[in-house]
Design a protein around this ligand. Structure first.
Ligand SMILES: Nc1nc2c(c(=O)[nH]1)N[C@H]1C(S)=C(S)[C@@H](COP(=O)(O)OP(=O)(O)OC[C@H]3O[C@@H](n4cnc5c(=O)[nH]c(N)nc54)[C@H](O)[C@@H]3O)O[C@H]1N2
Ligand SMILES: Nc1nc2c(c(=O)[nH]1)N[C@H]1C(S)=C(S)[C@@H](COP(=O)(O)OP(=O)(O)OC[C@H]3O[C@@H](n4cnc5c(=O)[nH]c(N)nc54)[C@H](O)[C@@H]3O)O[C@H]1N2
Ligand code: SF4
Ligand SMILES: [Mo]
Length: 714
């Protein structure tokens, strides 16, 4: 821990875990107070970058609404009271009730939901994973199926591992096509890229180009060299047409490396997907589609990147597959300036720490939806709780998640939670979801725990390693999340009549008892980078392992036989479904999401610092669409989908493609029993009261973008 005392407080190195950019922080603290937060210039990855949320990490730490000790709910709804209880009592209560449900109704009667912050906590990666393994339920859900599931499924099918994900080499590319991502607001996703604004300026300065396809002229579109509107949900047509140009229309027959199978199938598949058909579907002119394909082919070092606007759409899987194909066919996979694979100090892929993935090993009970990598689509959670019968979910454990606001038809999920026999939450707030829990177990937060990032070094635009000890010591009556997971696992399994063999139990206990930091030390020793925990402790800003390295394929392909499958059967079938999609009629409105730099999914609205000033949850709508409906800018409108309706203020914006409206997610806080003072004032409405659990990509990922809606004056 680097410590310097001065009258103005002590300097400490910290790390921000609020988004995937994992910025290094320099904090000034005094006693238990944070005096200031800055970016750490010495950090080899984030180089001093920080956004407004990084500063607000101090607000989470100091928030009086944050839970620090377990609470038990007494009473229901608006009259509910929360009683503080001791940790021992809380662990026993949770273990007893979970075990009872499993004993009486079977393993699948326990449902679990893992929220986004799990990926940002070391303890969750090491010990949370072990806890979930110990529950043998098929009713496992997470934010993955409202997010990046198509990326993982496609990586599993094409490369042989769900997390062997190609990352754009933004620092060396000369042509960067960004589809359905807004890194100026989100700071990058499946591309850990702290300081995106500077890296984008550097791209421009070396003569490179950035092109953005998005139904909204976003902050990223504004700084790009080119931006084109694309009708929501039709990117697959554009990408297929670009593949058509690179193959069917090319002067020379396309070639791929010897380790790539399936080229002929791809050429067949894209034969009818002409740029002209793509224009009719997407609104992007055929000539532009051809030019973009030619530019990519000629770029020398170019890369196509797409994210949640596309992966959380109706054709997420086809789109991610097509993106990979474009990078492969243009010769940009595994090449400097293209789409590259990281070589992190702890290689969660190569070491098998994270499984390769699988698909359709079982299906959900009610709707028959296939699992992916052991998870069912969260769009199926509500019906699994609501529908009686064998395997019905009767107890729910949520960890760092708020599915009532984050998943489709959230209000109906909200409505069925009180019917559970038992619900427990590992969370730091009484929020829209956890207010239904019988018990909430609050862990320590980012500034109070050690961190090594097992996930985001794997996805970063540069290879680095960093270990950050907790900035503050935890108080005696606090628990780290890994300690909570350990206790729930050991005490629940001890109460079950089905017992694993003694040897297995001894190993499990030993693993759960070792701290995450100890495990990191071991994992580093298993790697080949030469980085050790000791070296990392001596260099708290992090160790630079250099730029991404090309030429790693086929040696590092995780698939059996080190082959790359360009034409997985699942994708081939879904392309047939795409081909049958009717041409849009044009007069319906399509709803998409958006992220604002100062929002953080559903939970940072409790920071006064991040929520002061003008509200930013309005429905954005093109002035022409408003005029058609005789609605004035600023009016209250009713937005209605097949699922429900919400009332919200509308803001006219030329930035929206005509026919498209946008609402951010993570709002809708003014509900009985939510104990988050500032969030309740911010209120807003939840876009997921409009999104539809029936609208799914073939992977099971929710199609949150491109939802048909009507907008009327109130
Ligand atoms: N319509 C629409 N819906 C979306 C999206 C969209 O773009 N549009 N985006 C989707 C995406 S990408 C995601 S990732 C999901 C996110 O949705 P969720 O998975 O529900 O995650 P959050 O909204 O981030 O909620 C995080 C919860 O974790 C708690 N928390 C914070 N830090 C910690 C911690 O350290 N430990 C524990 N135990 N708890 C903590 C917070 O109190 C909060 O309750 O939303 C999805 N929903
Ligand atoms: N400030 C902030 N940063 C965040 C988060 C946050 O809540 N706030 N959340 C974090 C999380 S969990 C994630 S997963 C990442 C996500 O990171 P990004 O993927 O960059 O997420 P968004 O900013 O929502 O960008 C998605 C873009 O897709 C566009 N879009 C919507 N529908 C379509 C479509 O059909 N086609 C095309 N081409 N574009 C479409 C939207 O207009 C939007 O600009 O951000 C992370 N960072
Ligand atoms: S960009 Fe992300 S990691 Fe960096 S300070 Fe902001 S929220 Fe934190
Ligand atoms: Mo996400």
């Amino acid at each position: 821990m680097s410590t310097q005392s001065s009258p103005q407080g002590e300097k400490r190195i910290g790390v921000c875990n609020l988004c995937e950019a994992i910025c290094g922080l320099e904090l000034t603290i005094e006693g238990r107070d944070v005096l200031s937060v800055r970016g750490n210039r010495a950090d080899p990855l984030s180089r001093g970058h920080i956004c407004p949320k990084g500063v607000a990490i101090a607000d989470v730490y100091a928030d009086p609404d944050r839970l620090r000790r377990p609470v038990r709910r007494v009473g229901e709804g608006p009259d509910a009271q929360w009683l503080e209880i001791g940790w021992d009592e809380a662990f026993d209560l949770v273990a007893t009730r979970l075990a009872r449900v499993i004993e009486e109704h079977g393993d699948d009667a326990l449902g679990v939901y893992l929220g986004n912050p799990n990926a940002h906590s070391l303890g969750s990666m090491t010990h949370g994973t072990a806890m979930f393994k110990s529950f043998r339920t098929k009713n496992r859900y997470s934010a993955t199926s409202v997010d990046q599931l198509p990326h993982q499924l496609v990586a599993h099918l094409m490369f042989g591992h769900q997390l062997f994900l190609p990352i754009p080499d933004i620092d060396r590319t000369s042509w960067f096509l960004v589809i359905g991502a807004n890194p100026m607001a989100s700071n990058g996703s499946l591309m850990t890229v702290p300081d995106f604004p500077q890296r984008a300026r550097d791209l421009k300065a070396r003569g490179g180009r950035m092109v953005v396809l998005d139904p909204r002229r976003t902050e990223t579109a504004r700084i790009a060299d080119e931006h084109h509107f694309v009708r929501p949900g039709t990117d697959a047509w554009v990408l297929m047409a670009m593949l058509h140009v690179l193959t069917v229309e090319a002067d020379d027959a396309p070639t791929v490396a010897a380790y790539v199978d399936g080229l002929a199938t791809v050429v067949d598949l894209v034969a009818d997907f002409t740029p002209e058909r793509a224009e009719a579907m997407s609104g992007l002119p055929a000539g532009e589609i051809r030019r973009l394909a030619h530019e990519l082919a000629a770029a020398g070092a170019g890369v196509v990147y797409s994210r949640i606007g596309v992966s959380a759409g109706p054709w997420g899987t086809v789109c991610q597959w097509a993106v990979n194909c474009l990078n492969i066919l243009s010769g940009n996979l595994d090449r400097v300036g293209g789409a590259m694979f990281t070589t992190p100090a702890i290689d969660a892929v190569g070491t098998g720490l994270i499984g390769r993935g699988h698909h359709d090993a079982w299906r959900s009970r009610v709707r028959g939806l296939p699992e992916t990598a052991g998870e069912l689509p969260v769009s199926a959670l509500r019906e699994e709780i609501e529908t009686p019968g064998d395997g019905q979910v009767r107890a729910l454990l949520t960890v760092a998640g708020n599915p009532v606001l984050s998943t489709p038809d959230g209000s109906r999920l909200d409505g069925v939670l009180p019917g559970l026999d038992f619900m427990a939450a590992v969370d730091i707030y009484v929020n829209e979801t956890t207010r239904h829990a019988d018990v909430i177990l609050p862990p320590t937060t980012a500034l109070e725990r050690d961190h090594y990032d097992l996930v985001f070094h794997l996805l970063a635009v540069r290879n680095t390693a960093r270990f950050t000890p907790g900035v503050f010591e935890k108080e005696d009556d606090q628990r780290h999340d890994w300690q909570i997971f350990r206790e729930i696992t050991l005490r629940t399994t001890a109460r079950l009549s089905r017992r694993a063999p003694l040897k297995k139990r001894v190993i499990q206990r030993a693993r759960l008892t070792a701290s995450p930091t100890f495990l990191i030390g071991q994992l580093l020793r298993r790697g080949t980078s030469g980085v050790t925990l000791k070296k990392l402790r001596a260099r708290p800003a992090g160790i630079d392992l250099g730029p991404l390295r090309g030429g790693q394929l086929p040696g590092r392909l995780p698939s059996k036989g080190r082959r790359l499958d360009l034409a997985p059967a699942l994708v081939v079938q879904d392309v047939a479904r795409l081909a049958a999609m009717p041409t849009p009629v044009g007069d319906e409105l399509l709803l998409i999401g958006r992220r604002h730099q100062q929002d953080c999914n559903s939970w940072m609205h409790n920071s006064a610092r991040l929520t002061k000033g003008r509200p930013r949850h309005q429905l954005l709508m093109n002035p022409a669409d408003l005029a058609d409906r005789e609605i004035v800018d600023g009016a209250r409108v009713r937005v209605t989908s097949r699922i429900g309706s919400v009332e919200v203020e509308v803001a006219a914006s030329e930035d929206l493609m005509p026919g498209v409206v946008s609402l951010p997610h993570g709002y809708g806080h003014a509900r009985d029993g939510v104990l988050m003072t500032r969030s309740r004032e911010v209120a807003g409405v939840s876009v997921n009261d409009l999104t539809d659990p029936e609208l799914l990509d073939v992977s099971g990922n929710a199609a949150l973008n491109g939802v048909p809606v009507a907008v009327t004056a109130c």
